[in-house]
Design a protein. Sequence first.
Lengths: 208, 159
Amino acid sequence: MMSVSAPQKIGIYDVATSTIVDAEFYRGVGAPDFLEAESLWGPYRTAAMKRLLGANTPPANLPQHSHWSWANKIGLLNLLAYTAFGIKVAGEWQGLMLTLTVGHTAKLETGRSKPIVYVDYLESAPWNVIPFCVQPKYKAIGARMLQAAVQQSVDEGFGGRVGLHALRDAVAFYTRSGMTDLGIDTSYHNLRYFEFTESSSLEFLAKR
Amino acid sequence: MDKKTDLANEAAWILRVAAEDDSGSISVGGFATKNSLLETHGKALERDAFAKVIQLQRRSRGLSVEQLAENADVDIVEVIEIENGRFDVPETRTVFNLAAALQLPAKRLLQLSGLTQAKDDPELRQAALRFAARSGSVEKLTKEEQEALEELVKIMAEQ
């Protein structure tokens, strides 16, 4: 695991006040941080799901989330190839990401077989995601995280190549970000696989 | 670029990103994509019946897997996986589209797929069990399969 470095000060959009507020960006988040996040996110998701089911929400509109084995994931945090990132605002985790720098290669023709940064896990706090929440607290968490993944890929010498398996509800976000949709991957939970090529990732970074 | 310009650019970037952000999900990965509240209710029995009712209803309507995938706007691989029972839990959209394309009641099909729970519905469960036991996987529907299919579809249609 990466050693925990001092958090970097970044800006995040606060929906309630329509202003940019200070946030902390961490590289090298540890197991206690993941557990701390889930201890707040879990009950929030459960309450939201009960509210949605009680309101007779059509099943098609029920949200999905990365329901994963925490015990397994926390073991992974100790492996050198994994890097964990987190964004905190006002003392609460707003988003977490886990990336892997070995074992995955590009599937798109342009970079085929070249190494990529693989995003193994990424999730935003449920109070930032509709329909878990009615009024989201913060915006731009996803863009921040994707930016960090691309930057890591550039730093590693992977040219900005990034791959990930998106959950159904998140397909729109990654499509909008300029990643290429390679379709449903039947070898991985039937999730859609997305990839940033060198050029599309740099285009994404250049947007700033 | 000096620091002041950098900060201004940074602020402009956040505002632009925030304007594009529809607060939709950004979730990636995960070992199971099932809804944690619903997953415990997905029973193997209904799943088996689900796989078979899709396959038999498709065949009884004379559709190929390819045609069904096209009519329902569902990935052909997904249809194949569903018909062979080699899937976790299908997407809700997939089940809705398959129900429409095969003219099956979406609500009951969702129950069979394991996406929603069949609340105290012993009749559907029993019908699903009988159906799963009676249907095979031969090319042409046998008389028995046709009857089994008709019986299940009839019960599914009863609300």
